[in-house]
Design a protein around this ligand. Sequence first.
Ligand SMILES: [Cu+2]
Length: 286
Amino acid sequence: MTNADSWGRVAAAVFRAAKASAGALLILGFSSGAALSDGQPQPWQMTFQAAASPVMERITSLHNYITVVMILVVVLVMALLAIVMVRFNAKANPKPQTFSHNTVLEVAWTAIPVLILLVIAVPSFKLLYFMDRTSDADFTLKVTGHQWYWSYEYPDHNLSFDSFMKDASALEPNDPRLLAVDNEVVIPVGATVRVVMTSQDVIHAWAVPALGVKTDSMPGRLNETWIRADRAGTFYGQCSELCGVNHGFMPIAVRAVSAEEFKGWVQKTQARLGTAGTTEVASVKP
Ligand SMILES: [Cu+2]
């Protein structure tokens, strides 16, 4: 058996392994997300939480699409590398060619990467503009970050309250540890909610994976995004900007309910807090 033969067999084995692992990645990446529906991380979760908003659905499909493009690029580069190693090593090709330019090849290896970038950039920009569109919102939610809790205002419903992480001793049976809060954000299913964000001290970030939102809340600035829950449920998130010693203990919980339940919640909460009131809560103990 010649050396080239054994290199060929190595290359073929590498190809088979690459194909198998790419297949496994595809299966994991494309199926496991759909099985999870809780709006919170799961043990051994491999991909995103199941999408609960149109933005997150689009983020998930853009991710899947770019993964396919990426696998094709990796396979192409590996194939070219294998060909070079097998056919042009010193033993297989003892007398190298001496030319140094090939116009067709040079145009191709400039144009193809440009095309690949365009194929990725066009859907990315479409999604960015989609995420930015908040013109037809049903109501506004104002989020303010504090060291280390969130406060929420519903200016259209004359309502405002603080939201602290639930202490381990206060957890109910179904509350996720480090994610459950005393006062959840409540929104009606299907309503488009404009979310404006700011901070009272340092930079925080309001992030809820299932709703596809992660926006910085900055002191002295008002950032804007929007959310719309497609289904009922409680969707959890965390502060995603390192903001100090209790950064890991200022979670976010958004509960999506029916329109009637939302109305009831608004009345009940107004009665409980007084309009534009603020809850009294103990400071958080990590
Ligand atoms: Cu923070």
